[in-house]
Design a protein around this ligand. Structure first.
Ligand code: PHE
Length: 468
């Protein structure tokens, strides 16, 4: 007999942990920047529609698979498919993906930590110069930052689900929310804030192009932590009394609200404070461009509030992002940890050690792939360009395998596990679920248009990324 699986101690604990996973760099940085470059209101509208009509059913399905099987993706797919090789492979992808995404997420979290220290040392102006980012990510200091981030994540994960993940989320999430609101109130008191708000809230339908649609859907998928096995794993820690659909709605709502509020904070800044920063600069934005862009926005505040206050605001913002990133990173690593514990019989401590070591080595390789080590910088060539290890990880795992995992999950739940079973699982904790219109919508959409749309995006991305 294996020990009983640990469960979240309460529904709210679970919701906060899942929201802690969902709310991350994607909300606070990715969303506002994407909204800025993709037509503001038009992007917001598409994003909100996608969250509720496409992502929410996928989220519910992931949680249901997890709770039903009480396992992480490999075990879950294996159990529900009676050991099918193909589906076990799908489960394997569901563990490998978060592991690789952890590497790229860790790299970015480390940069954020570094940014906080540089700003606190009084050097916001240095960060805002174009060269600073490149200097910083290639300095030895980055390895100290990496050790700190790994230690914090390790500390939370060693303590387990209830005492680690749930407790961290219960403290960090409300703090983050409170700080975010303070920032928005502050930003709204500045001159010309309204121009940015209008751009963000009022959709201009003409701006809805295929690339806006594609961008909004990928952003929504990533932001809700879908396609990573995370919600399967977190689902396995929910007790049978918890209403999954209701909880998922709250998680999606919280995630979207935080992205929206982050937009209210960043967009007025982009459009009003600094006439010298052109949003078109973001049009080809890569992750690194964002990191040079944000300090510029904050530095621009100095004309109205002075250098010291501008630095304080910037530090405050990056601390927020750091909190959000930690709870996300914890959730990403929980998947492979849970895999090693349940499927490979390792102790939690051992599993974590193995993972942090391997992820750590890969993170170091990805970190030095911005110029420090040429082997990793010019790692491979495709689509007519030389790519760094960091780019490769993003292209393969984030852009390509993530939607593929979502697609596999929809097909698996609808046609292998079967919708009847899904309904049965979702009725535990919500007696009125069966035969409600929500049930009909979830079952219909998961088996029809959601996989079609996700498949379309998957093919489109593969063609664009690897064959253009
Ligand atoms: N959802 C998190 C964000 O928005 C990132 C994340 C992705 C976390 C995938 C876990 C899994 O930043």
């Amino acid at each position: 007999m294996t020990a009983a699986r640990e469960h979240f101690s309460s529904r709210i604990g679970f919701i906060l942990a899942a929201a802690g996973s969902a709310v991350g760099i994607g909300n606070l940085v990715g969303f506002p920047v994407n909204a800025a470059k993709n037509g503001g209101g038009a992007f917001l509208l598409m994003y909100a529609l996608f969250v509720f009509f496409i992502c929410l059913p996928v989220m519910v399905a992931e949680m249901a698979v997890g709770r039903k099987t009480q396992k992480e993706p490999v075990g879950a797919y294996k159990t529900l498919s009676n050991g099918s090789r193909f589906w076990s492979f799908a489960g394997f992808l569901g563990v490998l993906t978060p592991f690789m995404i952890a590497v790229f997420y860790m790299v970015i979290t480390v940069w954020i930590f570094g940014y906080i220290s540089i700003i606190l040392a009084g050097n916001l102006d240095y960060l805002a110069t174009g060269a600073a980012f490149g200097d910083f990510i290639n300095s030895p200091y980055i390895f100290i930052a990496m050790a700190v981030v790994a230690a914090i994540v390790n500390f939370i994960l060693v303590a387990g689900v209830k005492d680690g993940i749930e407790k961290a989320a219960k403290v960090l999430m409300p703090t983050l929310f409170f700080m975010l609101i303070l920032m928005v109130i502050f930003v709204l008191t500045l001159d010309n804030a309204m121009a940015g708000i209008k751009f963000f809230i009022i959709p201009d339908i003409d701006k809805i192009t295929p690339s806006v649609v594609n961008g909004a859907l990928s952003q929504a998928f990533f932001s809700l932590s879908l396609g990573m096995g995370i919600l399967i794993t977190y689902g396995s820690y929910i007790d049978r009394k918890t209403d999954i659909v209701g909880s998922a709605k709250l998680v999606a709502l919280t995630d979207t609200a935080i992205a929206f509020i982050a937009g209210l904070m960043i967009l007025p800044a982009v459009f009003s404070f600094n006439p010298n920063v052109n949003p078109a600069e973001l049009s080809d934005s890569s992750v690194s461009l964002i990191f040079t862009f944000l300090p510029k926005i904050f530095l621009a505040l100095q004309t109205s509030i002075g250098y010291f206050a501008a630095s304080a605001v910037a530090a405050f913002f990056f601390i927020l992002v750091f909190f959000a990133a930690i709870t996300s990173l914890v959730s990403i690593l929980e998947v492979p940890v849970s895999y090693l514990v349940t499927e490979k019989g390792k102790s939690r401590k051992n599993a974590l050690l193995t993972l942090l070591m391997t992820a750590g080595i890969l993170t170091v390789c990805a970190t030095v792939s911005f110029g420090m080590v040429s082997f990793f910088t010019d790692f491979v060539n495709y689509a007519g360009a030389s790519k760094s290890l960091f780019d490769v990880i993003i292209d393969i795992f984030y852009d390509t395998i993530l939607p593929l995992n979502g697609l596999l999950l929809c097909i698996f739940v609808s046609y292998r596990w079967k919708k009847k079973q899904l309904t049965k699982e979702l009725s535990d904790g919500n007696e009125s679920y069966a035969n409600s219109w929500v049930e009909k919508y979830i079952n219909f959409s998961l088996g029809t248009f959601i996989p079609v749309i996700v498949c379309f995006i998957f093919i489109n991305t593969v063609l664009q990324k690897f064959f253009s």
